[in-house]
Design a protein around this ligand. Structure first.
Ligand code: SOE
Length: 381
């Protein structure tokens, strides 16, 4: 694994936990944790359960005891590491978004296609798909329970930048992160909307905003909050704080999307509502064990959104955990991601989402950015 901050911790938990709750055909071994700072990487390896630590990811390429490289670094290093790993015959799990540009993402897809000829496989870590309630939503759409999809309403609301004194970190540096709210959290709802509905986005019209254009220096590695001081040195914010866009789907459905780090009071509210001709679903990650479902076939006397407790043994993934009503958390999506990745590798099957799936998300990110920076079809009032 390369990187050991927020995603490194979540992935390590998943690699350790998956074989203890699911019968995996292959047993993950946490061999080497890579981080630039030797002491910090050694501490993290010990804390997160890795046998060794190293400071250069290139050391992994010719180790025959390493079969897969898990990339948990900021987006500016995804292409270099993934392409080298695939060429060295290592399977790859790469965090989202796949890359910081469509060009990089296309190079990664080409490397993945070439590697797949030799049975070397790659996956992109859009882990929210594996929240049981969202997997159930996709199953209901696929079964036709919602009928023809008309609307997708998706929001990803956080508020960790609402304080103007929250210090700069890599997440606000375009060179490292590629974009701000758009790629960090907007990418999740773009992937989830396309995956749940089964239809790719074909066009967008967007606006992006940076409310606070400079901040105190001194953020930490995870870079999700904290409070700097107003007297110290300040630096520029080079990414979006918030994004809003409308979208058309190949299927003919229309979508409204919003991603922000300034929705004061909303901590990690991933909201998805899909309205079809026969039914609707609604989800909010801040109530992540519930899927709301409206069955249009009910008679009007008994109709209404029902709250499905997604925890029954026949719901996705939940049979391996606790009895219904006890609930899962943020970390379980990462564990389910490992379960599905390891199952695909054992069968020699392409894991989902593939790099090609992640490239489609990257194309939507680029279209949103292009629309927002070109005032396209914006009518002044
Ligand atoms: C910060 O917005 C962040 O850590 C994202 O980078 C993650 O993808 C999301 O799961 C939680 O919030």
């Amino acid at each position: 694994m390369v990187g050991y901050a927020f995603m490194g911790a979540a992935h390590s938990h998943a690699w350790r936990t998956a074989p203890r709750f699911f019968d995996l055909p292959l047993k993950p071994e946490l061999a080497v944790l890579v981080g630039r700072n030797a002491d910090a990487a050694r501490d993290a390896a010990h804390r997160m359960g890795w046998a060794e630590s190293a400071t250069d990811w290139r050391d992994l390429l010719d180790r025959d005891d390493v079969d897969l490289i898990d990339i948990c670094t900021p987006g500016d290093t995804h292409a270099e590491i993934a392409i080298a790993a695939l060429r060295a015959g290592k399977h790859v799990l790469c965090e989202k978004p796949l890359a910081n540009s469509v060009a990089e993402a296309e190079r990664m897809v080409a490397a993945a296609d070439a590697a797949a000829q030799n049975g070397v496989l790659a996956m992109c870590g859009y882990s929210y798909r594996r929240t049981p309630a969202l997997t159930l939503a996709r199953e209901l759409v696929q079964e036709g329970r919602l009928g023809t999809i008309r609307h997708v309403r998706a929001q990803y609301l956080q508020d960790w930048l609402s304080d103007e004194l929250t210090p700069l970190t890599w997440r606000m540096d375009k060179a490292k992160a590629g974009s701000g709210s758009l790629g960090d959290i907007g990418a999740h709802i773009i992937d989830a909307a396309q995956w749940v509905t089964g239809s790719p986005i074909s066009g967008v019209s967007a606006l992006m905003e940076t409310f606070v254009t400079e901040r105190p220096l001194g953020g930490d590695l995870v870079g999700l909050g904290g409070r700097g001081d107003s007297s110290g040195e300040r630096g520029p914010v080079t990414v979006d704080d918030a994004t809003a866009f409308t979208a058309r789907f190949d299927s003919g459905a229309i979508g409204v999307f919003e991603a922000t780090r300034f929705a004061l009071g909303r901590k990690n509210a991933i909201r998805l509502e899909v309205n079809g001709s026969k039914g609707s679903i609604a989800f909010d990650f801040e109530d992540m064990n519930v899927l709301e479902y409206y069955d249009g076939s009910n008679d009007s006397r008994t109709s209404g959104f029902q709250r499905i407790q997604v925890g029954e043994p026949d719901h996705p993934y939940t049979g391996n955990w606790w009895p219904v009503g006890h609930g899962l958390g943020y970390e379980h999506g990462f564990t389910h991601q490992v379960v599905d990745l390891v199952g695909a590798l054992a069968d020699g099957r392409q894991p989902s989402p593939s790099f090609a799936d992640a490239l489609q998300v990257q194309r939507v990110l680029a279209a949103v950015e292009h629309s927002a920076t070109n005032e396209s079809r914006w009518q002044r009032v």
